[in-house]
Write a protein of this length. Structure first.
Length: 348
């Protein structure tokens, strides 16, 4: 498993990152530990979590993912073998169970969130600490239209960087990153860091898959490349839609059938389903599974620092990691691009 320096940081991370949002909802603690053991055996040293996990988010389960990882770190004694990433929730009054629904990126919230995550993770430091979504108004999670009428009071980026800098100085976090961010946001974080001697972001965790390739545009791709901000691609299988399991069996068990239909509508749009069907046919015509094509696509993009994969079984996890060894021919890449040109970013 190849390892690379993440952005401008000193962190050496595997090209595959184990996503853990199923731990505590779709996976038990024992299953979570088995996945962590297996991933490490296969050379995956990068683990991503968040204070709000598992999904779907609820007061009853919030923090379970970090607790499962923490018990594994304690029992395995392998803290020094992994790069551990977590995230603080942004504003969302509906998540009243996270700091009374007042989570934001100010000093009190960030410090409280870090301390709570450290306690659940049973560690004294988090290698990469990320802002799960922005403090300011920004269309995210399938809402693609920026609306200035939705402006809200937001924490200034320099204030957020200042408290993160203090936590770095205290040794509680190592490096910082953003998630669900825009080109303007990345540029502003870099600008404020350079102007005021504050820590630079080293990563951006954004959506990227065959049905959502917006990152490839100069809006983000060029910005992150020039400023040395590594992309951590999440949802490479579009919540399982790109595995074709829902196309083969509309009642297949997974997030798109066990969670409410409106929870993540971008993955059930007719155009997304049609694109997934065409990618599945293309994969099978080339002797690949739909999962292999979707993951190999992400694994082989030059601008993807690490691809975040998730699974609910060891069999799925093995299949996902095995796809790392697949090389896509120029002809297959051209065929992927042809589908993309006809159905552009339906899952964005």
């Amino acid at each position: 498993m190849q390892k690379i320096k993440l952005g401008s940081s000193s962190l050496e991370v595997s090209k595959i990152c184990l996503g853990t949002m199923t731990f505590g909802e779709q996976n038990s603690e024992a299953e979570a530990h088995s996945q962590l053991d297996y991933a490490l055996e296969r050379g995956v040293n990068f683990i991503d979590t968040a204070e709000m996990y598992p999904v779907m988010a609820s007061a009853a389960t919030q923090g379970s993912t970090e607790r499962y990882i923490g018990s594994w770190l304690r029992q395995s004694g392998k803290r020094d073998q992994v790069v551990l990433a977590s995230k603080i929730a942004g504003p969302n009054s509906r998540m009243h169970w996270i700091r009374d629904g007042k989570s934001n990126h100010d000093a009190l919230n960030i410090r409280t969130a870090v301390e709570d995550s450290l306690r659940r993770l049973q560690t004294d430091h988090i290698d990469l600490y990320q802002l799960h979504w922005p403090s300011r108004n920004l269309p995210i999670f399938g809402n693609n239209s920026y609306d200035p009428q939705q402006e809200r009071e937001a924490v200034a980026i320099e204030d957020t960087l200042a408290v993160l800098g203090k936590l770095i100085d205290e040794g509680k976090i190592g490096h910082i990153g953003v998630s669900n961010e825009s080109s303007w946001g990345v540029s502003e974080y870099i600008k404020q860091a350079e102007m005021k001697g504050l820590p630079r972001i080293v990563s951006i965790q954004n959506l990227y898959n065959l049905t959502a390739r917006h990152f490839e545009t100069s809006l983000l791709d060029e910005t992150c490349h020039r400023d040395k901000v590594g992309l951590l691609a999440y949802s490479p299988l579009a919540f399982g839609q790109l595995t074709a399991k829902y196309i083969d069996d509309p009642q297949a068990r997974g997030r798109l059938t066990i969670f409410p239909p409106g929870w993540s509508p971008r993955y059930i749009r007719p155009a997304t389903i049609e694109a997934a069907r065409q990618y599945a046919e293309l994969a099978r015509a080339h002797g690949l599974t739909p999962t292999q094509l979707a993951l190999a696509w992400c694994y082989t993009r030059w601008f993807v620092a690490s691809t975040i994969i998730g699974a609910t079984s060891l069999e799925q996890l093995q299949h996902n990691i095995d796809a790392y060894d697949i090389t896509l021919s120029p002809e297959l890449v051209a065929a992927v691009d042809a589908i993309h040109a006809s159905i552009t970013n339906p899952g964005q």
